[in-house]
Design a binder for this molecule. Structure first.
Ligand code: NIG
Ligand code: FE
Length: 407
């Protein structure tokens, strides 16, 4: 990829923010700063200057004429489970026939099904599968990405997953953050011995992860039928001692204290939030924790959508991510996610754009480098055709609008 170039005649340069803006919340989310007929100068892979074409400086570096195409910051997908062994289309059919996600999990399917398959697969095959998904996501405009473990559920398999993520980090040209989600489900052999599995996480997994720098964050599925508030707190306390900040799966299946546990443990984000009362909203208002909503899993599981409109009206920031995984959200198309967030979480197109860019960057600890057009940030952009209005983008649902990606 080019490192030094100037893009000229950009029809609309969208997502311009002061460099120090880390996130947008409440009413701020409804605005997108844009320049018409603009240029961007990139030096050493960073945004060096931007402005209107009248002010475009003379340059010796390569000029690429955009002929009126639009340019926006790359999407930041702050929540994925991109490393997995195979699809779960059989469970999809079971759900079509009337079973629920929770019924299937209780019968040993779901996450445990994915774990069985991942444990049996070698690291190289897993890597190649994840690489293909990551390359597809990048081509679609996802230019920073989080990947969780959590389909290993044994010491060996969790470490295998995280080493695959490390290899992806090393090989791919975009920023990737790794999240350790050993506490995704209790393996069958620990069904009646939860503490035994928690001890394994704390005493056998976390020390190796810290020593080999295999994770940037820690996640726990703190929800009904999975990890209780007390169990979650125990794991997060051990992880905090090793410097791992939480990003929590919470409030997908009920009002189970996931939000409060996340905030109390200084989580960077709390994700899902399909069940959210005013108590949780007020708790989040007094925190630095980013609420992340995942419309793809609501769509695919046919469960309620997180109340995005209510959250923004209350003054909260909202981030939107794909939750790409084989069980609840087998897609990584953030353009479709954008449309879903508008149609079903009640966001306006501009709010969803900010949710996928600057607020995504916050939810991954990447506000300094990603999520907006600002001098000094990484030059990672999505080029699209010109639209009549930004509102037209999610209107054309279920298609990628990325004509070209720059990173
Ligand atoms: O975010 N809810 C927990 N974890 C994943 C789904 C995992 C699976 O079903 O494989 C999620 O939806
Ligand atoms: Fe998830």
């Amino acid at each position: 990829m080019l490192k030094n170039y100037t893009l000229t005649n950009i029809g609309q340069l969208m997502g311009i923010l002061p460099k120090e803006t880390m996130l947008l919340k409440g009413e701020e989310m409804g605005h997108i700063n844009a320049l018409h007929n603009a240029f961007v100068e990139v030096v050493d892979g960073k945004i060096h200057a931007y402005g209107i074409m009248d002010n475009c400086p003379e340059t010796d570096q390569q000029i690429v004429n955009m002929h009126g195409d639009w340019l926006m910051p790359g999407f930041v997908d702050s929540h994925t489970h991109m490393v997995f062994a195979s699809s779960r289309h059989n469970e999809y059919v079971m759900r079509l026939q009337g079973k629920t996600y929770e019924d299937i999990a209780a019968e040993g399917g779901g996450i445990l099904n994915s774990a069985k398959k991942l444990q049996a697969m070698d690291a190289d095959t897993l890597y190649k599968k994840a690489l293909k998904y990551a390359e597809e996501a990048i081509a679609g405009g996802t230019l920073a990405l989080e990947i969780k473990s959590g389909y290993g559920l044994s010491v060996e398999a969790e470490l295998k997953m995280l080493r695959v993520v490390k290899r992806l980090k090393n090989e791919l040209p975009i920023s990737i953050k790794a999240t350790f989600l050993g506490a995704h489900a209790f393996p069958a052999e620990y069904k009646s011995n939860h503490q035994g599995y928690i001890d394994l996480i704390i005493n056998e997994m976390l020390p190796v992860i810290a020593k080999e720098h295999l994770a940037d964050y820690i996640d726990v599925f703190c929800d009904k039928g999975f990890f209780s508030v007390e169990e979650t707190t125990q794991i997060l306390t051990a992880a905090a001692a090793l410097g791992l900040q939480p990003k929590i799966h919470g409030n997908e299946l009920g009002l189970t204290g996931g939000v409060q546990t996340a905030v109390d443990n200084n989580a960077l984000s709390v994700d899902h939030l399909e069940h959210l009362s005013d108590v949780e909203i007020n708790y989040l208002l007094n925190s630095n924790t980013m609420p992340v909503i995942l419309p793809g899993s609501s769509f695919f599981l046919k469960i309620p959508y997180a109340p995005g409109r209510r959250m923004i009206d209350a003054g909260l920031p909202v981030c939107v991510a794909s939750d790409f995984n084989p069980g609840s959200s087998p897609h990584h198309n953030l353009w479709f996610t954008w449309s879903l967030a508008c149609l079903y979480n009640g966001l306006l197109p501009a709010e969803a754009f900010n949710a996928l860019t600057i607020n995504g960057a916050y939810a991954l600890g990447l506000s300094e480098t990603h999520g907006s057009i600002a001098v000094g940030k990484n030059a990672c952009f999505i080029q699209t055709r010109a639209f009549e209005s930004i509102n037209e983008i999610p209107y054309w649902f279920a298609q990628s609008h990325a004509k070209k990606v720059w990173y």
